[in-house]
Design a protein around this ligand. Structure first.
Ligand code: FRU
Length: 482
């Protein structure tokens, strides 16, 4: 059957075949969520980039469509975004049809090979048939490179207060904001980030959006970074602040991470979803993305996550949760209340038959150290838990299965607990070859992939001392490809 290969994600989008990296052009239009993605249709390694395309009605079940954008004389089609141009500011709309407009980077490999610095430029394309076919604008590029080597990944949003488009662009070690009335004539507004945030690598794939908390509006600037993540390689940082239509000003200077795990990168949000902010990342890391041991395809997307602002011990932060639509694939729930754990509690009977497709949530009134051990018959194991001494959550994939395909893959990954609350909860979304951890109502998030030789059918909850777990909820999930 299709999508049944070893390691094939059953809860996450992955292309039927070949290579994928960043999610691109995520936009909601006509009751459809579009997911474009960096795609190389000839191999399972990175190559000349196209925009692959998939659609969903519910963010969970995806249908892959024909390639949306092919490389051309201006170069490969690198990452970017898409908007619904309801006011037809671009003039691409015809006969009352609202245009979808994609804004992307043209990466010219020829000029790069000739050692020029200006090989990345921003271009646009439009669709009048709900994303099925795309026409590139005749006067591309619309934003020319001023001589900055890394000049890419435009994320465009409508800034209602001034009725103009804002483009947030990654420009090597900072962000540049541009504005345009029509998606074509871009003018520079400001720059941000020279002395703020993490700078262990290049700034890529930014996003800018607003969210409300307690009636107040905040602006969030997401900046993906590679390398330099908290657990090595690629990761997503963000800033909370204010945007006045021209300039972004953070409210504090702390570096915040949207996901501390090794395998969430290039994550940004859907446009045109109203007050809801839905985030999705690439579930991999440039350290080993080209080497993970899959055959038909390489790499997948994370679960779509709803973002909210919450107070934490790092100030106002983004909390993540799997979108509630995930319940559409529920196929049974088991609830245990007031469970005493004395050293080890065997939970294998709860998950053993679930084919590594479930959500598990633990809630405790009092937080103590614990380790969840997922294991298979080959003796491979994945450890997930809370280290009370370090006050950190962890995922340890040292013995998780195949780990030797690249030196940075194996390891134990840590993430801080961001609250002093006495009670705690942890939710893990377990798929064939990935886990996503959401702790303390999503204040701490971690994603990790792994490649075991057979499903983890065993599960134990281990603690040094006696601990009381107030509830253990296991939700079995159906495959999204069924
Ligand atoms: C991020 C990235 C982007 C670029 C794309 C190329 O993973 O490097 O900056 O547009 O991938 O595939």
């Amino acid at each position: 059957a299709a999508y049944a290969e070893q390691y094939r994600p059953q809860l996450h989008f992955s292309p039927a075949q070949h290579w994928m990296n960043d999610p691109n052009g995520m936009v909601y239009f006509n009751h459809t969520y579009h997911l474009f993605f960096q795609y190389y249709p000839k191999d399972i390694v990175w190559g000349p980039m196209h925009w692959g395309h998939a659609v969903s009605k519910d963010l969970i079940h995806w249908k892959q469509l024909p390639i949306a954008l092919y490389p051309d004389s201006l170069g490969y089609i690198f990452s970017g975004s898409a908007v619904v141009d309801s006011g037809n500011t671009s003039g691409f709309g015809k006969n009352g049809k609202i245009p979808m407009v994609a804004i992307f980077t043209h990466h010219d490999p020829k000029r790069e090979a000739e050692r020029h610095e200006d090989f990345e430029n921003q271009s646009i394309a439009f669709s009048l048939d709900s994303g099925a076919t795309w026409t590139k604008y005749a006067n591309n590029p619309v934003l020319k490179n001023p001589g900055i080597r890394d000049f890419r990944d435009p994320k465009v949003m409508w800034y209602t207060a001034e009725k103009k488009w804002i483009m947030t662009l990654a420009t090597q070690d900072h962000i540049s904001f541009y504005s345009a009335p029509d998606l074509k004539n871009w003018k520079k507004e400001s720059e941000f980030g020279f002395k703020t945030g993490a700078h262990g690598g290049v700034w890529e794939c930014p996003d800018l959006f607003s969210l409300k908390m307690a009636g107040k509006t905040y602006w969030i600037l997401v900046v993906n970074l590679n390398p330099g993540g908290p657990n090595g390689g690629s990761a997503t940082q963000y800033f909370v602040g204010d945007f006045d239509g021209s300039k972004f000003t953070p409210i504090d200077s702390s570096t915040k991470w949207l996901d501390y795990g090794p395998d969430e990168y290039a994550g940004i949000t859907w446009s045109n979803t109203g007050d809801r902010k839905i985030f999705l990342g690439w579930m991999s890391n440039w350290q080993y993305a080209n080497q993970v041991p899959t055959q038909a395809w390489r790499n997948a997307a994370t679960i779509p996550r709803e973002l909210r602002l919450k107070q934490s011990n790092q100030g106002i932060v983004l909390a993540s949760a799997p979108v509630p639509e995930l319940t559409k694939i529920n196929r049974g729930v088991s609830v245990s209340k007031n469970v005493m754990v004395n050293k080890t509690l065997d939970l294998s009977t709860k998950v053993g038959k679930l084919k590594s497709q479930y959500v598990l949530k633990l809630s405790m009134a009092q937080l103590k150290a614990y380790t969840l051990k997922l294991s298979n018959k080959k003796g491979e194991e994945l450890l997930i838990g809370y280290d009370a001494i370090k006050n950190q959550y962890f995922i340890d994939r040292t013995k998780s299965g195949k780990t030797d395909f690249q030196k940075d893959f194996s390891g134990r990954f840590m993430a801080p607990r961001l609250t002093a609350a006495k009670n705690s909860d942890i939710t893990i979304v377990v798929d064939k070859s990935s886990v996503e951890l959401f702790a303390d109502g999503g204040l701490t998030t971690m994603t990790a992939v792994y490649f075991p030789d057979g499903d983890y059918t065993g599960l134990t909850l281990n603690a040094d001392s006696n601990i009381k777990v107030d509830s253990i909820v296991v939700t079995a999930l159906k495959s999204i490809w069924q």
